[in-house]
Design a protein around this ligand. Structure first.
Ligand code: AHG
Ligand code: MN
Ligand code: MN
Length: 342
């Protein structure tokens, strides 16, 4: 009765889920509350971006060789400040920081590591297009008192929780702790995330494909043939598919989760004709999104296997990504298997 009246808050939802785990310490609830707090701060910053003089570039390049936007830097600072003193994390990694971020000596170390993309899709921000934050949480596995790189360099199969926040026409937090996927919408009047999309399931097949098709000439034969195939008219199977591409992974995955279809960022030879290179980062983009998609009944593949099974070798490692409805992803894999050299 009470929850009907109040709505289910994120805190309550996580608390109820944790009740099913007798060994739960409440730490995850604390972590998710803090993610929610930092997201609320970012939601406000993004909403007021045009007024608050935070658009444009800082004039610096990040570890990826990309120009850093002022809002990227701000988001990075907000999330680190929200996480470093909690006592729940032992080490952190951010897209915007070259090395692992230690917990300052004056703070306690906890049982979890976190990797995050503080602001995803930031190249869109000046045009008022949806952007987001992505996070991935693992257990501490190192034995020393403080965290180490190995706490971050874990396969997606070992994720404890992952999710994203999309700062769109409304702000939504989409989360999985390994038991399905739930979506929460920020009610700006009360400043709480309320459960709005319980138990999200992605359709088994979708009729939308999402990629930067300008890169077509630089893709492998298998990927190009797959794209040709889904654009070839066939009334019975609903082809050609529609194309939708926002250019913010969070927003593109969010739509894919809700409507089905396939989102792709294949490796391409645009920069180096001799070697195809992927763009999206494993630890804080591909792996958490793969975890959400699989938990919603979908799939995420590098073209040759589960993204979640890739063993990370570096904090900023990149992998090809094909994620979405199960049958669409399987079909793409068949094309790669048939036409691309191993
Ligand atoms: P970020 O803004 O965190 O650097 O990520 C950008 C990523 C991702 O959001 C999106 O899917 C992709 O870059 C878009 O790349 P293109 O502009 O090459 O299409
Ligand atoms: Mn990103
Ligand atoms: Mn980013």
């Amino acid at each position: 009765m009470a929850s009907d009246t109040l709505g289910t808050t994120l805190t309550r939802h996580v608390f109820e889920q944790q009740k099913g785990h007798p060994q739960a310490t409440g730490e995850l609830t604390g972590i998710l509350n803090q993610i929610a707090l930092a997201s609320k701060i970012m939601s406000r910053k993004v909403n007021r971006a045009g007024l608050a003089d935070v658009l444009g570039y800082t004039g610096e390049e990040n570890v990826q060789g990309e120009e850093v936007r002022r809002l990227d830097e701000l988001a990075n600072d907000v999330f680190i400040a929200a996480f470093d003193h909690l006592g729940h994390f032992c080490v952190m990694a951010s897209e915007e920081v070259d090395d692992a971020i230690p917990i300052p000596d004056q703070y306690q170390c906890g049982h979890y590591s976190i990797a995050f993309d503080p602001l995803d899709g930031s190249s869109n921000i000046d045009a008022n297009v949806s952007v987001g934050t992505i996070f991935a949480i693992h257990h501490k596995v190192s034995s020393g008192p403080r965290g180490e790189n190995q706490d971050l360099l874990q396969c997606g199969t070992e994720l404890v929780a992952a999710g994203y926040v999309v700062y769109g026409s409304s702000t939504m937090l989409v989360l999985s702790t390994g038991r399905g996927v739930d979506g929460f919408t920020l009610d700006p009047e009360i400043g709480e995330f309320l459960l709005s999309h319980p138990g999200i399931r992605i359709p088994e097949r979708g009729k939308i494909y999402s990629c930067n098709e300008g890169n077509y000439p630089y893709w492998s034969e298998g990927v190009r043939r797959y794209i040709d195939y889904i654009k070839t008219p066939d009334k019975e199977s609903g082809r050609p598919y529609s194309t939708r591409y926002i250019g913010s992974m969070v927003a593109d995955i969010h739509r894919t989760l809700l409507y089905g279809g396939i989102f792709m960022y294949p490796a391409d030879t645009k920069k180096n004709p001799d070697k195809a290179a992927p763009k999206l980062r494993l630890l804080y983009e591909c792996s958490p999104m793969a975890f959400l998609l699989e938990n919603a009944g979908g799939a995420a593949s590098t073209g040759r296997g589960r993204v979640l099974e890739v063993t990370p070798e570096g904090l900023h490692q990149r992998v090809p990504f094909f994620g979405g409805s199960l049958l669409n992803v399987r079909e793409l894999e068949e094309f790669v298997e048939r036409y691309d050299a191993k």
